[in-house]
Design a protein around this ligand. Structure first.
Ligand SMILES: NC(=O)c1ccc[n+]([C@@H]2O[C@H](COP(=O)([O-])OP(=O)(O)OC[C@H]3O[C@@H](n4cnc5c(N)ncnc54)[C@H](OP(=O)(O)O)[C@@H]3O)[C@@H](O)[C@H]2O)c1
Length: 398
């Protein structure tokens, strides 16, 4: 029996993880669940999965959850605040940690799981984007087993030899191609994108996901973050990483080898497949996902991304090539810009403009240790809150 901690249990990836775990109660036990403020959903999940621990980041939500769990007679221990996330991520009895918190908030708990040497199922791509070198070094030093859950990276991982583990040198690989659905605005011209609403942006044509990643998919920033993620996971230089639009979301990514063989992984656009793959690897588990019928799936299409209408992809590529602290700058600026858009404080077209302004303002930001990375992240957010994308120049250098 393996004990599983789900960080970000109330989100899209978290809910899908619990669905897979519930299908295999003979193999997995839920040790801890975490959320930010959604105590109602975490309560339901605790009643169903009966974890030993539940963490709510917001203190008042933690108090409400604790009271409701006591009323229900459940012995689940409730922890509050961000410290609780790192505590459950590194519990001695934890075998597997699903890192499914959204955004930079996932960095410290995910790193705690890595430092504790767990099998870490990585959905939280922002952690790797922010400080990839430090993250991958910590994986090597701790002996943690890092398995990618992002469907593209999980697909790439499945195309590689079974003995391969992220962070190891890849041999015989010429290039890696990430597929992208293109999001709800694929084929739209730049000026038509200015007035789209958060509701339109979150209507993803093939995947059902949280709101932040849905907007990232609509701007193509998600694919840019994934390029950076792939570079760190598989040790591949930027010029060997490609993006192709594939609106059916059936081919999840492909690896080209030196002999020009191309191996791709196919499947339904359902996160339960990569989640089950990470939970069981190198074995296989029923994920509860329908079989793929090649006849009924019809024709598959591939096209080049439009970097003019969707400049976020280009901006992410620029940050990836620049390296140092620039991916962390990109990530922080994007998180603020997307939050502004979702809250109705900014338009869709403001997202790339704000990110570009931040990249210019923080040009040359160096990579640092964890403390420096968190400080850079905070500095970019403060700059964005005061000025970024709203027209004022930053006065000091990084
Ligand atoms: N959704 C997908 O299909 C998918 C696919 C590939 C990769 N990913 C990646 O997986 C991660 C999660 O995505 P998602 O779509 O599942 O996100 P989501 O639906 O928005 O869920 C986010 C989860 O993180 C928690 N959370 C939010 N802010 C937090 C904070 N400051 N501190 C601690 N916990 C916090 C949320 O708790 P509350 O519910 O209480 O707010 C929720 O449990 C992202 O990094 C995303 O890029 C997602």
């Amino acid at each position: 029996m393996q004990s599983v901690v789900v960080l970000g249990a109330t989100g899209s990836v978290g809910v899908n993880t619990l669905d897979v775990l519930a299908r295999h109660r003979d193999r997995f036990r839920v040790l801890a669940l975490t959320a930010h403020g959604n105590h109602e959903r975490l309560l339901e999940q605790c009643l169903t999965h009966r974890p030993d621990y539940a963490v709510m980041v917001q203190a008042d939500a933690a108090r409400k959850l604790e009271a409701r769990l006591q009323d229900a007679g459940l012995p689940t221990r409730v922890l509050a605040g961000t410290d609780g996330l790192a505590t459950v991520a590194s519990l001695e009895e934890a075998d597997i940690v699903m890192a499914a918190i959204v955004g930079a908030a996932g960095l410290l708990p995910t790193l705690a799981a890595v430092r504790a040497g767990k099998r870490v199922l990585l959905a939280n791509k922002e952690a790797l984007v922010m400080c990839g070198a430090l993250f991958m070094r910590t994986v090597q030093e701790s002996g943690a087993e890092l398995l990618p859950i992002d469907s593209e990276h999980n697909a790439i991982f499945q195309c590689l030899p079974t003995a391969y583990r992220p962070g190891q040198a890849l041999s015989g690989v010429r290039s890696i191609t990430l597929t992208a659905s293109g999001g709800p605005f694929r084929g739209w011209a730049a000026d038509a994108l200015e007035d789209v609403t958060p509701e339109q942006a979150c209507q993803h044509p093939t995947w059902s996901m949280g709101r932040k990643i849905s907007v990232d998919s609509a701007t193509l920033m998600n694919k840019g973050l994934e390029l950076i993620e792939a570079g760190w996971l598989f040790g591949v230089e930027p010029h060997r990483l490609r993006v192709v639009l594939h609106p059916e979301s059936i081919v999840h990514s492909m690896v080209e080898f030196e002999d020009s063989s191309v191996i791709a992984q196919l499947g339904q656009p359902d996160m339960r497949t990569p989640i089950a793959s990470g939970l069981a690897w190198p074995e296989r588990l029923d994920a509860g996902v329908d079989s793929l019928d090649p006849v009924s799936m019809g024709a598959l299409h591939f096209e080049a991304p439009d970097r003019e209408a969707f400049p976020c992809l280009r901006l992410a590529e620029t940050a990836m090539t620049a390296g140092g602290g620039m991916p962390a700058v990109l990530n922080a600026a994007n998180e603020v810009a997307v939050a502004d858009f979702l809250a109705g404080r900014a338009g869709f077209g403001d997202i790339p403009r704000a990110v570009e302004a931040a990249l210019e303002a923080f040009d040359g930001a160096p990579a640092g240790d964890l403390e420096n990375t968190l400080a850079l992240d905070a500095e970019v957010r403060a700059w964005m809150d005061g000025t970024g994308g709203r027209g004022t120049e930053r006065e000091t250098g990084p």
